[in-house]
Design a protein around this ligand. Sequence first.
Ligand SMILES: Cc1cc2nc3c(=O)[nH]c(=O)nc-3n(C[C@H](O)[C@H](O)[C@H](O)COP(=O)(O)OP(=O)(O)OC[C@H]3O[C@@H](n4cnc5c(N)ncnc54)[C@H](O)[C@@H]3O)c2cc1C
Ligand SMILES: *[C@@H]1O[C@H](CO)[C@@H](O)[C@H](O)[C@H]1NC(C)=O
Ligand SMILES: *[C@@H]1O[C@H](CO)[C@@H](O)[C@H](O)[C@H]1NC(C)=O
Ligand SMILES: *[C@@H]1O[C@H](CO)[C@@H](O)[C@H](O)[C@H]1NC(C)=O
Ligand SMILES: *[C@@H]1O[C@H](CO)[C@@H](O)[C@H](O)[C@H]1NC(C)=O
Ligand SMILES: *[C@@H]1O[C@H](CO)[C@@H](O)[C@H](O)[C@H]1NC(C)=O
Ligand SMILES: *[C@@H]1O[C@H](CO)[C@@H](O)[C@H](O)[C@H]1NC(C)=O
Ligand SMILES: *[C@@H]1O[C@H](CO)[C@@H](O)[C@H](O)[C@H]1NC(C)=O
Ligand SMILES: *[C@@H]1O[C@H](CO)[C@@H](O)[C@H](O)[C@H]1NC(C)=O
Length: 599
Amino acid sequence: MPLLRNVLLCLLPLVPSVLSDSQCKPQPDRCKAVPGTPGWPSPQTWARLNESVSGRLLQPPPPGAVCHAGQPTYNEAACAAVRTAWTSYEFHTDHPISTVWNQWNNHTCLPWDGNPCSSQGYPVFVINATTVDHVKKGVDFARKHNVRLVIKSTGHDYVGRSNAPNSLSIWTHNIKGFETHASFKPKRCSVTIDSTAVTVGAGMQMNDLYGKLDAINQTIVGGGGRSVSVGGYVTGAGHGMLAPHYGLAADQVLEMEIVTPKGDIVTANECQNADLFWAMRGGGGSTFGVMTSVTMKTFPAPQMMHVDFALLASGNNTATRTIFDMVAYVVSQLPSLGDQGLSGYSFFFPLLKGILSLFPLPGVTPDDPAAEVGGFFMSAALMNATAGDMRRIWAPVLAHVNATWPNQFVPILETKSYPSFYAWFQEHYDTTPAGQDGYAVSWLLDAESLTRDLNKNSQAFERFAGGDLGTAFLVSGKGVHNAQPRGGGNAVLPAWRKAYIHATGGVRTIPFNATSAAEARRELAARTEALRQLDPDSGAYMNEASPFLDDWQRAFWGDNYDRLLRIKRTVDPNDVLWCTPCVGSERWEQVGDRLCRVK
Ligand SMILES: Cc1cc2nc3c(=O)[nH]c(=O)nc-3n(C[C@H](O)[C@H](O)[C@H](O)COP(=O)(O)OP(=O)(O)OC[C@H]3O[C@@H](n4cnc5c(N)ncnc54)[C@H](O)[C@@H]3O)c2cc1C
Ligand SMILES: *[C@@H]1O[C@H](CO)[C@@H](O)[C@H](O)[C@H]1NC(C)=O
Ligand SMILES: *[C@@H]1O[C@H](CO)[C@@H](O)[C@H](O)[C@H]1NC(C)=O
Ligand SMILES: *[C@@H]1O[C@H](CO)[C@@H](O)[C@H](O)[C@H]1NC(C)=O
Ligand SMILES: *[C@@H]1O[C@H](CO)[C@@H](O)[C@H](O)[C@H]1NC(C)=O
Ligand SMILES: *[C@@H]1O[C@H](CO)[C@@H](O)[C@H](O)[C@H]1NC(C)=O
Ligand SMILES: *[C@@H]1O[C@H](CO)[C@@H](O)[C@H](O)[C@H]1NC(C)=O
Ligand SMILES: *[C@@H]1O[C@H](CO)[C@@H](O)[C@H](O)[C@H]1NC(C)=O
Ligand SMILES: *[C@@H]1O[C@H](CO)[C@@H](O)[C@H](O)[C@H]1NC(C)=O
């Protein structure tokens, strides 16, 4: 019994160091395999995987390696190009292992001078999947060989779920495909759903999908980022401009094709694999299976009446308290504006220098670039409406602000009409830069919490903004509250069904600086807390929240958590898929760069 002997020897506390590491290696199933240990598949085994996926197995060097002398791919011209492209989403989404936010590769190969470079923080192998079968081969291999598995589509993830060290990654970015339907009959269902719909591959990205549907005058409930893919977006919930009208993206799903952790290729809809269908719509990415395609409802493309609305204070004559009192008032009006058809993205901020350069406010150029400006800004739209409609819904808000804080805030209300959602999107997609270090923080707020106590909200929003920008996205509303997802429900955090506002912010960090990392964690907790106290029973949108919440199960899934956990244990009893913070992740922990069972 050599195995038993090793275990016993390793358990003895004072065994002299004559025992080699390999004798004391952890049990094969205690930790996932890592390269350089006997548990890791041999080169021949990897080569067989490569053959089984038609030579599509990659072993890519880190994208930043071209900037580091001594790395095999070192190349100054390529380095210059990588540095230039680093802040663009496309660079990271089109690369097999790059991620949009730097810290998720553990800073092991940033493209800057003086930084270290190794592959440590990246997956070891990647399948450049284009078919369901490639995905299945990857899942089967990881399960059989105890290899840590990750799914990367675009790498946008704010909580770091699309990358891991010592792993095999299935890169779903190149699983495209696009087919529209005048009505849709889910497989093995007798019912035909009387709605236009579209079936797309899991790698399909927002702007491409919007463009293809626009060509037939249709659109979907989609997000504000141009390059986000349907994979993480739909499985996480998916909010956007059309959500207050029609429900979240997860509410539009009619069917999915999924490779399960056991390696089955299944169709999930209201008539078959109903548990999986429920869980994959809101339960989160890379947890219950790999979605290879999704069918969603589509809608007639609306005309967009856009507004840039702002109330700005400049100079030193307005106290921060006054600015946030005004913000608390305007934000309290958003549920009512939402009920009148408005949706969009609002931002609030204390007096800051250079803030106007972030917002393309028509006709507003600060005379003095060093001038400090604080207040409220919203980029929003009404659908199929006139400029008069837009001015009418804001008029009472402007009148109230003018009467309450005379001469304190300069109002701006500029409208612009767009013939379609797609035309609007080309000028109003999310332009925050990629390639940064930092985290998201957020909380969902319902109408009652936004209107109950404006004094309290004023202070809470100021704390939430943290001396910088806070946001109140009006991306939920009646359509989300009254949504009728197929099959009688889905796993979306129940707090969405009452919320109007998804308030988000960002916390930047400095790489290789432990003080900054610790400060960021404290700040994420404090900012979450500032809003949680306004609506304690609500929760946070897992796709855009702090990864470090103590009670993430409840915050991200509320009362759905227990059912999600049961489904996870059934479909993935041995945790072939594991990520954090994800359903069922409690029984593993990351020890250094290894993933091990909790003792
Ligand atoms: C600039 C920007 C704008 C954004 N705007 C919005 C917005 O308007 N609305 C909104 O709701 N969210 C928005 N988000 C958040 C976005 O929804 C999440 O970052 C989401 O996780 C991205 O999904 P992805 O597939 O593009 O990214 P990835 O990082 O590749 O994947 C995210 C997660 O999903 C998993 N996953 C990906 N594909 C699959 C699949 N096929 N099957 C199973 N699991 C999969 C990954 O393993 C990972 O866990 C935005 C993010 C950014 C960076
Ligand atoms: C997989 O096979 C292809 C084609 O034979 C080859 O070009 C590629 O280098 C192989 N991948 C790995 C990781 O060895
Ligand atoms: C991945 O596959 C796609 C589709 O076949 C191909 O165009 C692309 O070049 C591949 N990427 C890499 C890095 O091999
Ligand atoms: C889309 O709408 C435009 C303008 O109304 C119309 O000219 C065009 O024929 C429509 N296209 C389709 C495919 O319906
Ligand atoms: C906008 O108008 C179009 C054309 O009349 C209609 O089909 C669509 O449902 C409307 N959309 C919204 C959100 O009102
Ligand atoms: C704001 O006040 C500070 C000191 O309190 C002063 O240095 C600065 O010049 C003032 N700025 C403006 C625009 O008045
Ligand atoms: C603002 O209030 C003043 C009186 O305090 C009034 O003269 C002015 O017309 C108001 N402006 C707007 C836009 O309501
Ligand atoms: C590290 O971070 C702290 C806190 O943000 C900051 O005060 C300090 O200047 C940083 N140090 C370096 C070397 O960047
Ligand atoms: C990140 O890198 C540090 C060394 O800088 C290492 O100790 C740690 O284990 C790494 N973590 C992960 C998750 O790879």
